[in-house]
Ligand binder design. Sequence first.
Ligand SMILES: [Zn+2]
Length: 271
Amino acid sequence: MPELPEVEVTRLSFADRIAGATILGLQMGKPLRWPLGCDPVQLVGQTVLRVRRRGKYLLLDTTGGLLLIHLGMSGSLGFATNLPAPGKHDHFDMRTTAGCLRLHDPRRFGAVVYAPAEDDTGARKLLGRLGVEPLGPDFDAVAFHAALQVRQTAIKQVLLAGEIVVGVGNIYASEALFMAGIRPTVRAAKISKPRAARLHAAIREVLAQAVAKGGSTLKDFSNAQGESGYFQLEARVYDRAGLPCTVCSAPIRSMRQGQRSTFFCVNCQKP
Ligand SMILES: [Zn+2]
């Protein structure tokens, strides 16, 4: 599943190239998670101004409104001048004067939604409850600690919920908690200010590292026809159950937490 770093790397892969391009036409495949929300003809002649990211949404600002794109479980975006005819898993093609933007999505949990403005009801419904951006200036260690203080659930669940900070999915939550030395089951409200500060720094670091690493595999990732999918993080705990901890050599443990697998080191991560 694409997580925040993959979405950011996708954005970087075509944002500069599509900015300033005029939309020539849209071709829709099978229905995606949500309908487009307008007649595709309405977009023809509009210019793409820029591509932003909010959580795991890509926002294409156009002269008439914005397109919100979500990659769902299995989506990937390609942008190229010479794409072959759409295949059976290509469900959205947007031809522009600079190339064609294509959503390839075998499982069709992804979506492309048009909204006349970001504060429009439709856009707000999708973006409204998102927490702050982990890599942005609003993600502040003191405010993060304060927000944790009022939550009685396990820290990992709080991170995954995305209400305090967005885009920390299962892999990155596990890795950040390891880096900060915090057991995933610790109640959020119990986390002290210094530990919250360590976790805050770890979340930024693990995501920034993944974006930087993703940049080097950009070519593979941005290929609309590519099967290689998402880049691999050099995980220290995630998916390493039974393997030795890279710090203390104790076997990494796994457990189920809210229907998701959690991985941690019993020595390095304190309750
Ligand atoms: Zn360890």
